[in-house]
Design a protein around this ligand. Structure first.
Ligand SMILES: [Zn+2]
Length: 206
């Protein structure tokens, strides 16, 4: 998969406008700028169909299911990748803003676990799974020492009021996966071991 930057402003300001953001992200990321996560080739992809997926969002104080058409592109190396804006957490049905709102309610203790389940129509195990993933990635991002100094509510506030796209790109570079992503990336995103010239053996691009 290729992560598209869509959240070019503070996450707190953009929580409600997923569909609009999605269209924008496709316009903001022309194909010639996208690099293949497998071989690194840039500007060499072609559109290769699309697939539909659901995304649960939280636009007006209640969950809403959107159907999104996710485009795929293919590179000369033969690998194809889905184009995913960063407000979609890979392998999760819930939008990133909804997950962060839910966790914000949890960490700030605005609601009990039961209250969160009712508000977002989710189950307690999902809340604990998200909490675990959030704390794990917080520690990976901050390092052990700073992780102890910065409380989860304060870190959440930093995320919601900073430029998320920059954070997401830096987190991806550090860990090779997206923030809150719980499964590994598919094999077509793992870069192969190249020869001394570091050239992709498939499409001969850097
Ligand atoms: Zn490639």
């Amino acid at each position: 998969m290729i992560r598209l930057n869509a959240l070019d402003c503070k996450l707190k300001n953009t929580i409600l406008y997923i569909k609009k953001l999605y269209r924008q992200s496709l316009q903001l990321n022309p194909l010639f700028l996208l690099a293949c996560p497998y071989c690194g080739a840039k500007g060499a992809c072609k559109k290769r169909g699309s697939y539909e997926r659901s995304l649960v969002t939280f636009p007006d104080g209640k969950p809403e299911v959107l159907r999104l058409k996710i485009p795929r592109v293919q590179y000369p190396c033969g690998k194809s990748h889905a184009l995913l804006p960063e407000f979609i957490v890979p392998y999760f049905s819930y939008s990133l803003p909804m997950i962060l709102m839910l966790l914000s309610d949890y960490f700030h203790r605005r609601l009990t676990v039961c209250g969160i389940c009712e508000k977002y129509m989710v189950s307690p195990p999902l809340i604990y799974r998200l909490k675990k993933q959030f704390l794990l990635h917080k520690k990976q991002w901050l390092g052990a020492l700073r992780d102890m100094e910065l409380s989860p509510p304060d870190f959440m506030e930093e995320l919601l009021t900073s430029f998320y796209a920059r954070f997401q790109n830096a987190f991806l570079r550090l860990t090779t996966y997206s923030f809150l992503q719980s499964h590994k990336n598919p094999a077509n995103c793992s870069r192969p071991r190249f020869g001394p010239a570091d050239t992709c053996p498939f499409c001969h691009n850097l």
